[in-house]
Design a protein around this ligand. Structure first.
Ligand SMILES: [Zn+2]
Length: 479
């Protein structure tokens, strides 16, 4: 056992020693992803994809329950179409990948590989929306997108990633606003209730909003190392895209009106967030609701008569109430313990000859390491309760971490010293001038994360220029 542990410790960098290396180690050792031969692209391995599948299933149910339909748009966008909305193309041009040839033949017009699909939806909407009866259009697509990023990191920033993008068209600006916030709330609930990650909801500043949007809303989360991660965004487009793409409808009075649009996206990035919010020096820690396997059975002394049969019977019995796996391979129990701790499986169930004799099993919690001896008769009820406990414990731990790493800065001196001494969110007043935002970014590399819905009046003056200020902003260094 001891030699096993030693070997294990050597294989993962400690979080506090080198957080970035710890992250990469967990991604590879927990078999979530592997590097591919294309720089910045990753292979999502079965365990990583099973997590995404569960996130996707939970989110897709919410998207459908709120009245949206899934569609699929093409991968390619003609250059002329991408250029129709000026701010949009300016925002995305630097990271667009272009297709110039089909086989040996040079294309008459370059095609871009979608970095996002607004323009495709807009073109389609302009063809299918004619009357107020055609509204609202509530569409969503699950797809991949490509953004030619310079620095990349598995799950957090990759050339290609998976996501869903919702695109909707409404009769009025108010309807579009309601939709924008509705979907932001869905993201927030998914994060908090399923992924056990607390969020700060708010609006992006003009500088940080989506290219072409009238306003962008975000959920911001805080990672273990004190850096923020933008974890989902929802955009209100107003009628800007509608004017550029001529998306009009006849209202009840027979007058032509432009539609009002929204879009909103949630990506595989969230797996990176889950790793960095819940993980520890032993590896991943999975919130039970999303965990592909919630309980892993590890038979002890499985060569002894009856142990494996008993363990398989248990698995069969439990499969009705939890997502349960069994490792009956000939690897040593110590290796299995480490492996499933690395994969973050919420509960390990150990059962050996002695346990069978006494009608009990041993449960080990991944989040606390606590060992619990349970009578085999009460197993289902105990497991259901424990999984709920673990889910709540992970959320509460993440929430206290965020609270401990959220500071108030009333002066620029404060601001700078907090960033060094206690990395995390900084709440500070802001005058609204983009010059202050840019100065803060240049001087400290912290960016404005959002203007939170829950405002507090910390002082009367801007943390940067000391002019009058009435907005409280969350600032942080971010991924
Ligand atoms: Zn200012």
């Amino acid at each position: 056992m001891f030699s096993m542990k030693k070997e294990f410790v050597q294989s993962v960098t400690a979080m506090d020693e080198d957080f970035a290396q710890w992250f990469t180690d967990v991604v590879t050792k927990a078999e979530l992803a592997d590097y591919s031969s294309v720089r910045g692209s990753m292979i999502i391995r079965p365990y990583g994809y099973a997590i995404w599948d569960n996130v996707k299933e939970a989110l897709d149910a919410r998207i459908k329950a709120t009245g949206h339909e899934n569609v699929y748009m093409p991968l390619f966008i003609p250059e002329s179409l991408l250029q129709k909305e000026k701010d949009h193309i300016e925002g995305f041009a630097p990271e667009v990948a272009w297709v110039t040839h089909g086989g040996d033949e040079k294309l008459a017009e370059r095609l871009c590989v979608r970095p996002t699909s607004e323009v495709l939806f807009c073109e389609h909407f302009s063809n299918i929306i004619h009357s107020y009866r055609d509204l609202p259009k509530l569409y969503n697509q699950w797809s991949n997108v490509v953004r030619w990023e310079k620095t990349t990191r598995p799950f957090l920033r990759t050339l290609e990633f998976l996501w869903q993008e919702g695109h909707t068209a409404h009769a009025t600006d108010e309807d579009a606003q309601v939709e924008t916030i509705r979907m932001l709330d869905e993201y927030a609930q998914l994060c908090e209730e399923w992924l056990a990650i607390p969020v700060v909801k708010g609006q992006k500043t003009e500088k940080e909003k989506f290219s072409g949007a009238k306003s962008t809303y975000t959920i911001e989360t805080l990672m273990h190392d004190g850096k923020a991660l933008q974890s989902g965004t929802s955009h209100h487009f107003g009628d800007g895209f509608a004017r550029a793409f001529d998306i009009k409808y006849l209202d009840k009075e027979g007058k032509q009106q432009y539609v009002h649009q929204t879009s909103w996206g949630f990506t595989t990035r969230i797996i990176g967030a889950m790793i960095m919010v819940h993980g520890d020096d032993r590896g991943l820690v999975m919130p039970p609701k999303i965990a592909p396997t919630q309980v892993m059975i590890v038979p002890i002394a499985q060569h002894k008569e009856g142990v494996l049969d008993y363990a398989y019977d248990l698995k069969e019995r439990l499969s009705g109430s939890v997502r349960v796996g069994i490792d009956a391979s000939d690897k040593k129990p110590g290796w299995k313990f480490n492996e499933y701790e690395m994969k973050g499986i919420p509960i390990r169930l150990e059962v050996g000859p002695k346990d069978i004799e006494q009608g009990q099993v041993v449960l080990v919690r991944r989040d606390t390491g606590e060992k619990i001896v349970v009578s085999a008769d009460e197993l289902e009820a105990k497991l259901t309760g424990l999984l709920e406990d673990i889910q709540n414990n992970l959320f509460n731990k993440a929430l206290s971490h965020r609270e401990e790493h959220t500071s108030v800065a009333k002066s620029f001196e404060d601001f700078k010293s907090v960033l060094v001494e206690k990395p995390g969110f900084i709440k500070a007043m802001w005058c609204g001038d983009v010059a202050c935002e840019e100065f803060i970014k240049e001087d400290t590399s912290a960016t404005s994360r959002c203007i939170p819905f829950e405002q507090e009046k910390l002082s009367d003056t801007c943390v940067c220029c000391e002019k009058p200020a009435d907005k409280m902003v969350y600032w942080a260094k971010a991924y």
